[in-house]
Design a protein around this ligand. Structure first.
Ligand code: NAI
Ligand code: MG
Length: 475
């Protein structure tokens, strides 16, 4: 049964959103040469703030500031750089409630997630890499590993502040300086982070934030004086960036999309697997590169599992992201909603069966109900293309070998999940699955000590852990 909950909204008053924001270059907020744009709250389509747009000249100023700051920043002892990173981590913790509300307003994700997942992981990431800053000699990259220089970093809108942390923390720990471009639909927490850099007394130019859309991103990646490019986003843009960087000597890491298999064997604990499937695809409205978007279920338990899953989906609460009871928030933008609709419609047209629980959608804002497709064939678009929304495609298998074959039958290779009681089977599968992360009897679990990254069209390079240092060192 479904209990009716009274609304439990988190207060908006903990954040103070300014009517407009500038770029953060050389420790100061400045105007941009491009046409300003607006960031909206996807839950009700209200404008949150007007944001400056960086043109090529602004990006050049930011890169020059980062170049100048690199001289002193890279010469600091690691233990000194660590102090700044620890300070940033502590300020993030102190301001966590405010940042969580700001993230939910700008992105549409439930406050429960921004408060309990995103923000704790952001702080943890800075703490973790602060710990590495004075131990780089012992990281396995030679006796005196050197930083690369200026890092140009471009991040997406699905985990705005967390992706910023993944990019900035290791870069600074290794002695690099950065020019970071947040996504155009979610720039607000990056701009709050700029304030945190000031609050932490970080030397001017070590972190620069340039806001704007694709053209600004292209200017960052294409700037001749950038030594390293780090990108997270679509495979399409990843390809463009790889092409622009090829032959320049810039170091590149790409973290692109995914179409992960979440594989449930007949001996799995069903209720636990159901929770893992829900976390796998409905967490963050499915706007997750490593989402478990393909459920591979062993044929013998298909009926039982799908019955339990449908009952569980009927209890999910969709609505106001700031309500602490909300499980599914808003889709980040009208464009993303259109993309999800197109692919879900293609699923129906190609002959799969579509199911959603009864789920009234709010009148304003961008929303999509939790959706399940059964009768999916491997050739269907919904089994091959990244939907990046709350849409699960269900396929079946009979033998472990068939499960491996189907799981690997994708151009991507970012993550996978395995649900079984047998430890030996988990190890066998972890070895066979062509995915950067394989979760066993859990899904979407993150820790800053654990490396993350893909195979094939999911990109290259690793973020997180000791491995994540390599991307920012001259090795
Ligand atoms: P996108 O790849 O266009 O956006 C990601 C970032 O790249 C943004 O900051 C954007 O401004 C920037 N960008 C866009 N064009 C650029 C260019 N030519 N040069 C440099 N930077 C550029 O992704 P979009 O359009 O928002 O989403 C499209 C699809 O991509 C989604 O439906 C999803 O499938 C996938 N995606 C995957 C993500 C992941 O975490 N792997 C994150 C976001 C999207
Ligand atoms: Mg927004």
């Amino acid at each position: 049964m479904r209990f009716e909950y009274a609304p439990a909204p988190e207060s908006r008053d903990v954040v103070d959103i300014k009517p407009s924001y500038g770029l953060f270059v050389n420790g100061e907020f400045t105007e941009g040469g491009g046409t300003p744009f607006k960031s909206v709250n996807p839950a009700d389509e209200t404008v949150l703030a007007e944001i400056a747009c960086a043109d090529e000249a602004d990006v050049d100023r930011a890169v020059q500031a980062a170049r100048k700051a690199f001289e002193t920043w890279s010469a600091l002892p690691g233990s000194e750089r660590a102090k700044y990173l620890f300070r940033i981590a502590r300020i993030v913790q102190e301001r966590a409630r405010e940042l969580a509300v700001l993230e939910s307003l700008d992105n549409g994700k439930p406050i429960r997630e921004s408060r309990d997942v995103d923000l704790p992981l952001v702080a943890a990431h800075f703490f973790y890499y602060a710990g590495w800053a004075d131990k780089l000699k012992h990281a396995g990259f030679g006796p005196d590993p050197r930083p690369l220089g200026v890092a140009g970093q471009i991040i997406p809108w699905n985990f705005p502040l967390l992706m910023l942390a993944w990019k900035i923390a290791p870069a600074l720990a290794c002695g690099n300086t950065v020019v970071l471009k947040p996504a155009e639909t979610t720039p607000l927490t990056a701009l709050a982070f700029a304030e945190i850099c000031v609050q932490a007394g970080l030397p001017a130019g070590v972190v620069n934030i340039v806001t704007g859309a694709g053209a600004t991103g292209a200017a960052v990646a294409g700037h001749a004086d950038v030594n390293k490019v780090a990108f997270t986003g679509s495979t399409e843009v990843g390809r463009l960036i790889a092409r622009s960087v090829a032959g320049t000597g810039k170091k590149l890491t790409l973290e692109l999309g995914g179409k992960a298999a979440n594989i449930v064997f007949e001996d799995a604990a069903i209720d636990q697997a159901v929770e893992g499937i829900v976390t796998g695809i409905f967490f963050n409205q499915g706007h997750v590169c490593c989402a478990g978007s393909r459920l591979l279920v062993q044929e013998s338990i298909q009926e039982e599992l799908l019955g339990a899953l449908k009952r569980r989906l009927a209890t999910l609460r969709l609505g106001d992201p700031l309500d602490k009871n909300t499980d599914i928030g808003a889709i980040n933008s009208a464009e993303q909603l259109a993309r999800i609709r197109t692919l879900a419609d293609a699923g129906e047209q190609e002959g799969a069966d579509r199911w959603s629980p009864s789920c009234p959608l709010p009148d304003k804002g961008f929303w999509f109900p939790p959706t399940l497709f059964t009768g999916v064939a491997q050739s269907h678009r919904i089994a091959r293309e990244e939907i990046f929304g709350p849409v699960l495609s269900v396929l079946t298998f009979r033998t472990p070998a068939e499960a491996v074959e189907k799981a690997n039958n994708t151009p991507y290779g970012l993550s996978a999940g395995v649900w079984t009681e047998k430890g030996s089977r988990i190890l066998w599968l972890a070895d066979k699955l062509r995915a950067g992360v394989v979760w066993a009897n859990t899904f979407n679990r993150f820790d800053p000590a654990s490396p993350f990254g893909g195979y094939k069209e999911s990109g290259y390079g690793r973020e997180g852990g000791r491995h994540g240092l390599e991307a920012y060192l001259d090795v």
